[in-house]
Design a protein around this ligand. Structure first.
Ligand code: PMP
Length: 370
């Protein structure tokens, strides 16, 4: 009786019994500022090139896609060279359906039963799910009150847990905090001593402040380092599902062992390659968004709120005795933000000028009513 079957009738893994599918509410409201997307749609000339590339790929859809996608990996390497000066061979780049899948590959390859993954809270809420799904033990150290990472604490946690995977997020979600390269390097040294790998998740890397180096700079010196990026945020391509990382060849070879064959569809590969031909156009909104982020932080602070320093395209702000009421009040006014992060805080993604105006007006109304 399919319609009366419940989860309790099925042999679901015991550790998944009380779990729910991950995801922020997908609501159709006028102002969507909850999942750190780029608010600007893809420009018409880029759309035209993507559509033409997809049409060419469609002719060959009777065949499986290029399993190694070295052309796309070469294009991504070329992009990272322009963006951060990184000198990478195509074989040093890996891609998947969003950096979520890239990270799952990392946990599948380097985590597993009897192994531990370590990160520092508050941080991206999907990490524990990758660990759960790969049966990896999940542990967290903590960030300081201003959300920075104390190097000594981080090193201590590494010595204590001897993790095989350490996830460092820079800029961090949901706090926006960028990590100094010296911190990343200190953690890397400690993790190297216990034989683990480090992933620096730079999903928001393109929004970092000028002069802040990417962890890509450390790649030539550390074979156990990977730096992950995504086309979902700065590139305005969340819907395409393309994430990637750069690492030593051997690191990438480990991920090739666990990936499903043909995991990156021909349509996805064509879309990403066409988009990368237009990386400058796609990234042309980054400066404006960074500027608006800084304005948003200043406005929040000027209006009696706390706002965390951010190097990303979102701002964590608060604090509220009842943050859920504030979140709901904004939603009632057509503004969807994210209820996430430490107690009392909320996160708003940076939208268009008009969207941010609506956010500010709604927030003032909500707070005035409390
Ligand atoms: N890392 C961080 C820190 C993120 O915030 C996100 C998306 N919210 C991701 C990775 C995954 O993004 P995607 O799968 O779209 O590349």
């Amino acid at each position: 009786m399919t319609e009366t079957t419940t989860l309790a009738d099925l042999p679901l893994r015991e550790d998944l019994r009380d779990e729910h599918p991950y995801g922020a509410p997908q609501l159709h409201v006028p102002v969507v500022l909850n999942v750190n997307e780029n608010p600007y749609p893809v420009a018409p000339e880029v759309v035209a090139d993507i559509a033409a590339a997809v049409a060419r790929a469609a002719v060959g859809l009777n065949r499986y896609p290029d399993r190694e996608f070295l052309d796309l990996r070469a294009d991504l390497a070329a992009f990272l060279r322009t963006e951060s000066g990184a000198q990478l061979e195509p074989e040093q780049v890996w891609a998947a359906n969003g950096s979520n899948e890239v990270m799952l590959h990392v946990l599948q390859a380097f985590g597993g039963p009897g192994r531990t993954a370590l990160s520092f809270a508050p941080t991206y809420s999907m990490y524990p799910e990758y660990a759960r799904d790969t049966l990896t033990t999940w542990v967290t150290g903590r960030r300081a009150d201003d959300f920075t990472l104390d190097v000594e604490h981080a090193r201590e946690q590494v010595r204590r847990y001897r993790p095989s995977v350490v996830l460092l997020t820079s800029p961090n979600n949901p706090t926006g905090t960028a990590l100094p390269l010296a911190t990343v390097e200190a953690v890397l040294e400690e993790v190297s001593a216990v034989g683990g790998v480090v992933v620096v998740d730079e999903a928001y890397g393109e929004f970092r402040r000028d002069g802040t180096p990417s962890a890509l700079e450390l790649l030539p010196r550390y074979g156990n380092l990977a730096v992950s990026r995504t086309m979902s945020k700065a590139f305005s391509l969340a819907g395409a599902r393309v994430g990637y990382l750069a690492a030593a060849r051997a690191f990438v070879d480990a991920l090739r062992i666990v990936r499903l064959p043909y995991h990156l569809s021909a349509v996805t590969q064509a879309t990403a390659r066409a988009a990368l031909q237009h990386s400058a156009a796609l990234l042309s909104t980054v400066d404006e968004l960074r500027h608006r982020r800084d304005e948003t932080v200043a406005w929040l602070r000027g209006n009696g709120f706390e706002a965390a320093e951010s190097d990303a395209n979102f701002v964590l702000f608060g604090r509220f005795a009842d943050r859920h009421a504030v979140w709901q009040g904004l939603l009632d006014r057509g503004v969807l933000i994210r209820e996430t992060g430490p107690a009392g805080w909320l996160r708003v993604s940076i939208g268009t000028a008009d969207e941010m105006q609506q956010f500010r007006t709604a927030l003032q109304e909500v707070v005035a009513q409390q």
